[in-house]
Design a protein around this ligand. Structure first.
Ligand code: HEM
Length: 446
């Protein structure tokens, strides 16, 4: 449809707008407000925040248009966003030929055959983190899963053991995540970064440039090409990838690759804590497939964990770690018949698409069987998009799913988890959708 013929984007009516604000004040979560807007206004609306006013879209038609058919009219890069200032020329925040080039370099490293090679790493780091859990102790699974996701990301994709640096760089990493989370910059673009954030960037840069130098030296000395599963080695061996460009890709993968897995695993534990019968069913499945083996599972064993697969998919549906995709209209366009002027920020809501009552039965209920193989609930393509879609689909989707299976299988094989603070937990919109204030669980060996 021609842009001229399209309708203006609806806004919340003032009376309903007040109810949205009341919902916001009550739950302190913009998710409540967005859910109400979807209910009252529809699948496309404008958020009337000062200086911000994004065009918000929900549902398969919009997802397909944004991710596939009209993707060249929508850029990722919003130069003043902190995520762009932090990741500079990282693959997540550049567009066009530059984006495609970085994908070409990194895609092969994260293909299934290379990821399968990491199953022993997923297993070993899980055992390393749980070695500190004493019988009957209470652990915050949000914290523990972050430790694990960091060790795995650095160990598996960069071939670097992060253990000696975990404690020292823990706070800087949390500060970087805070830096790119929704904050003052949303209504004040270009707000200066705080000293805390600047120090965190410095600390991370010192570390990243040092591992880049070491890997360049090692590869030059040994004259052996990097392993195909070694992202850092592949990046430094690529002509024209300067230290700065390699740093930008590493930091991108570090943030995008660990904060998301942290959220997925922590939400999975929250849901298993709320549904002990599902936890038991997964334990029985792990017992049948893995028994008491201490060796890492084969790829074939992991694919036999079908109920676990359903729980992971249902967790990603209910609590998609990346709950919204962010773009900018490079030209005036018509999206789902609505007028979107050039320069406008466009967002596609993964969270709302995953809970839309028009497409899902009992959209807000935890029901892993809706993903049972061969009997999947039928939804239109692009309704379920936990990893986005099209050429910008998540580069780590295969990695994340195999990682989640291996980690959860090992944990459920060895431990019982009892949720202690279920009533307090709510989704927090940070850089990812996180269970706050954390997932406190009592741990017992099986
Ligand atoms: C449960 C885990 C994960 C989830 C739910 C997730 C989700 C997503 C989503 C929805 C996008 C697309 C966003 C958009 O359209 O703007 C994306 C992109 C991306 N993800 Fe993931 N991700 C996960 C894990 C990972 C991992 C493990 C890595 C790295 C090893 C990674 C690296 C990236 C990168 C670099 C991009 C940008 C791709 C591009 O623009 O070409 N992610 N992810």
């Amino acid at each position: 449809m021609m842009a001229e013929a399209s309708r203006p984007l609806p806004k919340a009516e003032p009376r309903k707008g007040l109810r949205v604000l009341a919902g916001l004040a009550r739950d302190r979560s913009p998710l409540t407000a967005l859910t109400l807007m979807r209910e009252w206004v529809g699948q496309a609306f404008e958020i009337p925040a000062p200086n911000f006013r994004p065009a918000f879209f929900v549902g398969p038609e919009a997802n397909r248009q944004i991710l596939i058919t009209d993707r060249t009219l929508l850029s990722w890069r919003n130069a003043s966003d902190p995520v762009v200032r932090l990741l500079r020329r990282g693959v997540l925040v550049v567009d066009g030929a530059e984006h495609d080039r970085y994908r070409q370099i990194m895609d092969p490293v994260l293909q299934r055959r290379n990821v399968l090679h990491h199953i022993p790493d997923f297993w070993r780091y899980t055992d390393q983190v749980t070695a500190a859990w004493t019988e009957g102790s209470t652990q915050d699974l949000l914290v523990e899963m972050r430790k694990l996701a960091l060790l795995i990301l650095m160990g598996a994709t960069f071939h670097v053991d992060f253990t000696p640096h975990l404690q020292r760089l823990w706070q800087p990493i949390l500060d970087l995540i805070d830096y790119i989370s929704p904050g003052l910059w949303v209504v004040w673009p270009g707000a200066p970064s705080s000293t805390r954030h600047r120090k965190a960037i410095e600390a991370m840069d010192d570390y990243l440039y040092s591992i880049i130098r070491q890997r360049r030296d090692r590869l030059a000395e040994s004259q052996i090409p990097p392993a195909p599963s070694d992202l850092l080695g592949v990046l430094v061996s690529t002509p024209d990838m300067t230290d700065d460009l390699v740093r930008d890709q590493l930091l991108t993968m570090l943030i995008a690759g660990h904060d998301t897995s942290t959220a997925l695993l922590a939400w999975a534990f929250y849901l298993l804590g709320q549904h002990p019968e599902t936890q038991q069913a997964l334990q029985q499945e792990a017992d049948q497939v893995l028994g008491t083996q201490n060796q890492p599972p084969s790829a074939d064993q992991l694919t036999q964990l079908l109920q676990l697969e359903q729980v992971i998919k249902e967790t990603l549906r209910l609590y998609p770690p990346i709950h919204v995709g962010n773009r900018r209209a490079t030209e005036t366009l018509s999206l789902c018949g609505y007028h979107v002027p050039q320069g406008r920020r466009v967002m596609y809501s993964i969270y709302l698409s995953h809970r839309d009552k028009e497409y899902w039965q009992e959209a807000d209920s935890f029901c892993p069987a809706r993903f049972a193989r061969g009997q999947e609930e039928k939804t239109p393509p692009f309704t379920y998009v936990p990893f986005g879609g099209g050429p910008r689909t998540c580069i780590g989707a295969t990695f994340a799913q195999i990682e989640a299976r291996a980690v959860l299988a090992r944990l459920l094989q060895r431990f019982d988890f009892r949720l202690l603070n279920g009533a307090q937990i709510h989704p927090h919109m940070g850089a990812t959708l996180e269970p706050r204030p954390g997932v406190q669980m009592q741990i017992r060996r099986r």
